[in-house]
Design a protein around this ligand. Structure first.
Ligand code: HDD
Length: 705
């Protein structure tokens, strides 16, 4: 019988595996291999492997043999690669960085990280969506998680926040219900990563305390342009404790240095198709190119007297304290400057827990926070498989630590020696330290055991109304459109009407407009309200995204549609102007191989036109030869590139040669001030300056988005 040739390894070549230059020693340490050395592939037990291309068989065409331990181990390990995804916030993306305090905050807190201005404390941040599965798309209309782990010298501090300062529910016992309601419906397993379905709106419409949060979730806050352009909120009231254990209440806010920015819904829908990883890619690209995103940590500080006099209960997580009433004070900055080496090891295995606070920071009695403090520890056990998840490097403290916890699944560090308890008569091992250790605020409590919602939590509409009143006209319109879109997906008309009844309590015109757009013929009665909604809360400009946009175009990206014969000088001028601004550009061309400019220079493109729609950019430029414009005018993707950019209110720079494409896309070159014609290279800086506004919202009513 002829000898069978082995599959996979070309004959005559040695059994190289890959070009990895690190290999593990016996103690798990990594050794750098000399150049040219190829490590030998081993099993997880360390046995060198002779053949990784063919499993062991009885004869070339016979059955597999059970003594193939290498095959068994390899497949066994593969079969167990997945851990349960997070029950909420499954889709996320993390990065490393540092926190740096501006001033000594000892007046308010003894927390070590606030004592030495300028000292860098390592940090890890994970951004996420809430409802979608791990593999869902980035631009879901959803709350974004903003979870920060700061590895302080006195233990890890996890500030597990969102990009929205309030929450759906007041009592943690309702958390499984709100999450069940928003997740795919259990019988059919859809819709994925969407709140636009009956179950969600059924629960919401029966839960008036969610109305304030609903206004936020239906606003553009729920479709951010980038993680880099979002605020983060600790949501709850916490306490700061000084050396004498005196307490100051605090709310934490992260403010992005690059200002706030969101996309519009029509854009979000298209981004999800064009690049489902849009937010991940954006963070990856920014950090890899050295454009490190930065946030300021701000604190709203207040005392018991303020808490007692404020219109709402500071323990109610469905309420915020307007920034105009208590101004957030910047106390430090967070910079993200390094991507994880491995997504699974770090981003997937990171375990955030609200109960991780260092001495000097303490909880308030916000019931939701108290419930969270139970849930987060519990969930890590399920997800990471055992009690030793703090042994995983991403979760381990970076300060000295010592305790007598031992054993359990995957124990990597056990106490050494004979003594694993205290007190002990050997005088060994760590002991507690009342002076340095964590001390809770000694609040006096004498109360009956009850299941009661405080009356001070009963006003569900006033702040929802204040939020709506604080939005600019385009933002209010987006809320109307979002509510209409979502409720139009609800099949049961009773739920739609019940929601309209709530909206009427928030803003009569809002309720009436949504009802009209849904085709509800007769307006329902406003929902019963335990407390009459107030109409005397002044608008808070801090709540608007448009009012808090950037002052520059830094960190943003222009998509330049180019064709053969495009103008070299203009291209160069654009590149220089954007670089000076701190912005970037990417070239979109009929072929990804690129184009030849009028000056005969070959330049590669970043995207082929089909893969680089204008929704991926903050502004666009059409840099075409007349012939190029004629040709692209015949292509639907090129026409969409232009008409979408126009529809999404983006600034569009173009040369006179682009006329045929503009005409076929239905966009007049002089439609409005957002259409900027380049007479020559001198007009380019003016274009970049206009782009600082990000969008020409005045156009929106004309295009009837
Ligand atoms: Fe939560 C994850 C934020 C209420 C229970 N939550 C989780 C994450 C964020 C938040 C950002 C993802 C962390 C990561 O990236 O790994 N959650 C919030 C905020 C809330 C909130 C801002 C309200 C103010 N959460 C909340 C309640 C409960 C939970 C009321 C339960 C009673 N949350 C969890 C959890 C998760 C979680 C089940 C899932 C994965 C995890 O914890 O580690 O325990």
């Amino acid at each position: 019988m002829a000898r069978q040739r082995k599959q996979g390894r070309p004959s005559g070549q040695s059994a190289t595996i890959h070009d990895q230059t690190l290999v593990r020693g016996n103690g798990g340490e990594l050794h750098q291999l000399a150049e040219g050395d190829t490590p030998v592939l081993t099993t997880a037990q360390g046995a060198p492997v002779a053949d990784d291309q063919n499993s062991l068989r009885a004869g070339a065409r016979g059955p597999a043999l059970i003594d193939d331990f290498h095959f068994r181990e390899k497949i066994f390990h593969f079969d167990h690669e997945r851990i349960p995804e997070r029950v909420v916030h499954a889709r996320g993306y993390g990065a490393h960085g540092f926190f740096e305090a501006y001033d000594v905050l000892s007046k308010y807190t003894r927390a070590d990280l606030f004592q030495r201005p300028g000292e860098r404390t390592p940090a890890f941040v994970r951004f996420s969506t809430v409802a979608g599965a791990k593999g869902s798309f980035d631009l879901a209309r959803d709350v974004r998680g903003f979870a920060v782990k700061i590895y302080t010298q006195e233990g890890n501090w996890d500030l597990v926040g969102n990009n929205i300062p309030v929450f759906f529910i007041q009592d943690p016992i309702k958390f499984p219900d709100v999450i069940h309601a928003v997740k795919p419906e259990p019988d059919r397993g859809f819709p994925q990563a969407q709140s636009a379905h009956d179950n969600f709106w059924d629960f919401i419409s029966l839960t008036p305390e969610s109305m304030h949060m609903i206004m936020w979730v239906m606003s553009d806050r729920a479709i951010p342009r980038s993680f880099r352009f979002m605020e983060g909120f600790g949501v709850h009231t916490f306490r700061l404790l000084d050396e004498a254990d005196e307490s100051t209440f605090v709310k934490f806010i992260w403010k992005p240095k690059l200002g706030l920015q969101s996309v519009v819904w029509n854009e979000a829908v298209k981004i999800n198709g064009a690049d489902p990883d849009f937010h991940r890619r954006d963070l990856w690209n920014a950090i890899q190119s050295g454009d490190f995103p930065e946030w300021e940590l701000c604190v709203q500080l207040f005392d018991q007297e303020f808490a007692d006099s404020f219109d709402f209960d500071v323990l109610d997580p469905t309420k915020l304290i307007p920034e105009e009433i208590i101004k957030p004070i910047p106390v430090g900055r967070l910079v993200l400057d390094r991507m994880p080496d491995n997504f699974f090891a770090e981003t997937e295995q990171v375990a955030f827990m609200t109960q991780n606070v260092p001495p000097g920071i303490d909880f308030s009695n916000d019931p939701l926070l108290q419930g969270r403090n139970f849930s987060y520890l519990d969930t890590q056990l399920k997800r990471l498989g055992g009690p030793n998840f703090t042994h995983i490097p991403i979760n381990a403290p970076k300060c000295p630590f010592a305790h007598f916890q031992q054993d359990g699944h995957m124990a990597m560090r056990n106490p050494v020696g004979r003594v694993n308890y205290q007190p002990n008569s050997h005088g060994v091992g760590p002991r507690e330290d009342p002076a340095r250790g964590f001390r809770a605020f000694a609040e006096e409590i004498e109360a009956p055991k009850v299941r009661l919602r405080p009356e001070s939590f009963a006003d569900h509409y006033s702040q929802a109304r204040q939020f709506f009143d604080s939005q600019t006209a385009p933002e209010q319109k987006h809320i109307v459109m979002a509510l209409t879109f979502e409720l139009a997906k609800v099949e049961n008309p009773v739920i739609r009407e019940r929601m309209v009844a709530h909206l009427l309590n928030i803003d009569e015109a809002l309720g009436a407009t949504v009802a009209d757009k849904l085709g509800i013929k007769e307006l329902p009665k406003p929902a019963d309200a335990a407390v009459t909604p107030r109409d005397d809360l002044p608008p808070s400009p801090a709540l608007s995204i448009i009012e808090n946009g950037p002052e520059s175009f830094a960190g943003r990206k222009v998509g330049v549609l180019v064709s053969n014969g495009c103008d070299d000088k203009l291209l160069k001028a654009l590149e220089t102007a954007l670089q000076t601004e701190g912005a970037t550009m990417e070239l979109v061309a009929p072929k990804v191989g690129g184009v030849e400019t009028a000056g005969g220079v070959s330049i590669p493109a970043h995207h082929m036109i089909d893969g680089g729609p204008s929704v991926l950019f903050d502004a666009v430029v059409l840099l075409l030869s007349e012939e190029g414009a004629e040709r692209l005018a015949g292509e639907a993707t090129a026409r969409d590139f232009v008409s979408d950019a126009f529809q999404h209110c983006k600034f569009i720079g173009f040369t006179a040669d682009a006329a045929p494409l503009l005409a076929r896309a239905g966009v007049a070159p002089d439609a409005d001030e957002g259409m900027i014609e380049f007479a020559d290279a001198a007009s380019v800086p003016g274009f970049v300056e206009s782009c600082r506004k990000l969008r020409l919202w005045a156009r929106e009513s004309a295009v009837k988005l």
